[in-house]
Ligand binder design. Structure first.
Ligand code: HEC
Length: 126
């Protein structure tokens, strides 16, 4: 059954070389039925997000899994959100939030954080 669904997804996606990222970021399956995280990026800000945040905030990351407990799993990945603001992102990163440890300026500079923030808010950061 799962195979049939995957086959349908591939057919719909025009059979791209990569499995389409599934909407629910808490689980993902590749063609070899192994777990994996999509670490790809198409722009420098996205690459920065992948380097600094994605291990926790893409597929199966601790952040994704924990956020899925208090919101729809479909928007548990930060990149799927449309309601993020620069203020929330800055506060989460600099003070930590719940199970997320604070991230120092040595690890992610203010300039890098604002780049990531712009990426996550699709440039509409207030
Ligand atoms: C070590 C893992 C880890 C890393 C690295 C990490 N986070 Fe998180 N993040 C979490 C966890 C876990 C939560 C959920 C906190 C909770 O509710 O307990 C979270 C929550 C958040 C939230 C709050 C979302 C909400 O709606 O409440 C934001 C925003 C956020 N992270 C942004 C970032 C950004 C930006 C980065 C990279 C600069 C980052 N995080 C790196 C683990 C991480």
């Amino acid at each position: 059954m799962k195979r049939a669904v995957l086959a349908a997804i591939f057919a719909l996606a025009g059979c791209s070389e990569k499995p389409a990222a599934q909407a629910d970021g808490t689980k993902i399956e590749n063609a070899f039925r192994g777990a994996m995280q999509d670490r790809s990026s198409k722009s420098p800000p996205e690459a920065l997000f992948v380097e600094k945040c994605a291990m926790c905030h893409r597929q199966m990351g601790m952040g994704t899994v924990i956020l899925a407990r208090r919101m729809d799993p479909k928007i548990a990945m930060l990149e799927a959100r449309t309601d993020l603001t620069a203020d929330l992102i800055t506060a989460a990163a600099r003070q930590g939030i719940g199970n997320m440890p604070r991230i120092s300026r040595g690890e992610v500079s203010d300039a890098q954080l604002s780049e990531i923030s712009n990426y996550l808010t699709k440039g509409s950061a207030k």
